[in-house]
Design a binder for this molecule. Structure first.
Ligand code: NCD
Ligand code: ZN
Length: 451
């Protein structure tokens, strides 16, 4: 009680009442005599974030991360739901795999977990229906990423002579399956880098400039335009993951103007950093698609300010600090980020003149994408009591020693944001903060409401 609450009507100095894990009242009604109260005077009371782009690495690479470390980092950062990418091993390409992964996640999850399914070039309509029935939040297509049939693993490989590799999904795959996905009422997600353009510009990576030349912005723009055409024709809701460039944004805007049902996500690393930061950060900022120039960053900031880009997710993609210490060309791409999503977005929104935009980027809009808009993303009666208490007068400095992920050094290392997460509640129970860490996994598997 006593905080400034982000309500659907805007910020209000009201109390939030909770019973049985659900919000029962938002206002100034008198609390029941026996109610336990939390003093939030001077604090912001925000809906828990829903990070729709995380890589748990579990199962497959628990040395990089697992559901325990991922969700501990999430809880510490005010993220109460994570939606996990399907490039774990075995990759999530069938209902049975999804069910085993859900069971594994449930045993360790400190916050709620949703699961994306993988779209392969060999995926059938029956596969999609099975995955939807198993609770898939939607389907992710990694353009240009092949699939190892024996290892059941997604990996970037331009070499398709290997008989073990199934060709990556292409625009034909998207066009074939988009009507089925539309019928199921779920979103189609794309990793938008056109494989033909990546192949044409492939080169050894010695410098950061090599990376930018090898994965140019036009690869993103071409993939966005092509997939948006398919979305327009089929009516499938298309979501572009980790938008990284001015050209990609322009292509998306064009498609939206033409009526394509498109949602756009970018990530804090593309909003805070540019190529110049490589001198300071090194491999910690090696991510795919790459962090580009200052003008790309500024275009993305403007797209976010105008609402063309509606959400921010992290692409939390940890490796081990040892793996990231390899020479630039060999080091794996990816950075942790889930723990700093909320504070970094609050700082951005404040600089844009309206701090209350942040919960829309990280909570409201992602809830709609993931089909969770009936239960999450809003502080209103009937919604899950996933609530974050943020101190607007205490800064967070991003330091390896306070990170809960296995990879402790990330792209935002050294940054300072003028907000800190004081406590995170999942369905009314404290899961992080107030000197406490959630040791008992109380996260659940969430399923989408299908339109
Ligand atoms: C991701 C990973 O490591 O799984 N890496 C990355 O650089 N973002 C893959 C991906 O999201 O494309
Ligand atoms: Zn990713």
């Amino acid at each position: 009680m006593g905080g400034t609450v982000h309500t659907p009507e805007g910020p209000r100095e009201v109390d939030v009442q909770i019973a049985g894990g659900v919000i029962t009242a938002v206002g100034n009604d008198r609390a029941p005599e026996d109610a336990r109260t939390v003093d939030a005077r001077g604090m912001y009371v925000l809906p828990g974030a829903i990070d729709v782009h995380v890589h748990s690495r579990d199962p497959g690479f628990p040395q990089k991360e697992d559901f325990g470390t991922l969700t501990a980092a999430a809880a510490a950062g005010g993220v109460t739901t994570v939606v996990d990418m399907p490039n774990t091993v075995p990759a999530v390409d069938a209902a049975g795999v999804m069910e085993s992964k859900a069971a594994l996640a449930r045993r360790q999850a400190r916050v709620d977990v949703g699961l994306w399914a993988l779209l392969r070039s060999g995926t059938t309509s029956e596969d999609l229906e099975g995955l939807a029935a198993a609770g898939a939040i939607g389907f992710k297509a990694y353009l240009g990423y092949a699939f190892s049939l024996t290892r059941k693993q997604v990996h970037y490989s331009p070499d398709l002579d290997d008989p073990d590799l199934e060709a990556p999904p292409d625009y034909g795959t998207l066009a074939r399956l988009a009507p089925v996905i539309a019928e199921l009422g779920l979103p189609l997600l794309i990793h938008a880098e056109d494989p033909g353009i990546l192949a044409a510009f492939r080169r050894p990576l010695e410098t950061y400039a090599d990376l930018l030349a090898a994965r140019p912005a036009e690869a993103e723009a071409v993939a966005v335009a092509a997939a948006a055409e398919i979305a327009g024709a089929s009516g499938v809701r298309l979501h572009v993951a980790h938008l990284s460039s001015a050209a990609g944004l322009a292509a998306a805007q064009e498609a939206i103007r033409a009526g394509a049902p498109l949602t756009l996500e970018t990530c804090p690393q593309y909003l805070w950093l540019c190529d110049d930061d490589f001198r300071r950060l090194g491999n910690a900022m090696k991510v795919y698609p790459p962090i580009r120039t200052a003008s790309d960053r500024d275009a993305l900031l403007e797209g976010l300010a105008k609402g063309v880009i509606g959400m921010v997710a992290t692409d939390h993609a940890p490796h081990t600090d040892e793996e990231k210490a390899a020479p630039f060309g060999e080091a794996p791409s990816g950075s942790p980020g889930v723990q700093t999503l909320y504070v970094s977005c609050l700082e951005l929104a404040k600089r844009q003149g309206d701090v209350w935009r942040a919960p829309r980027w990280v909570s409201e809009a992602p809830a709609a994408l993931a089909g969770l808009q009936e239960s999450k993303g809003t502080i209103a009666p009937g919604f899950d009591a996933d609530i974050v208490i943020v101190d607007p007068n205490k800064a967070t400095r991003v330091r390896a020693d306070v990170m809960r992920s296995r990879q402790r050094h990330g792209a935002l290392d050294g940054m300072e944001f003028g907000f800190s997460v004081r406590a995170t509640y999942l369905r009314g129970s404290l899961v992080s903060g107030e000197g406490r860490r959630a040791e008992r996994p109380s996260g659940r598997i969430v399923r989408p409401f299908r339109r």
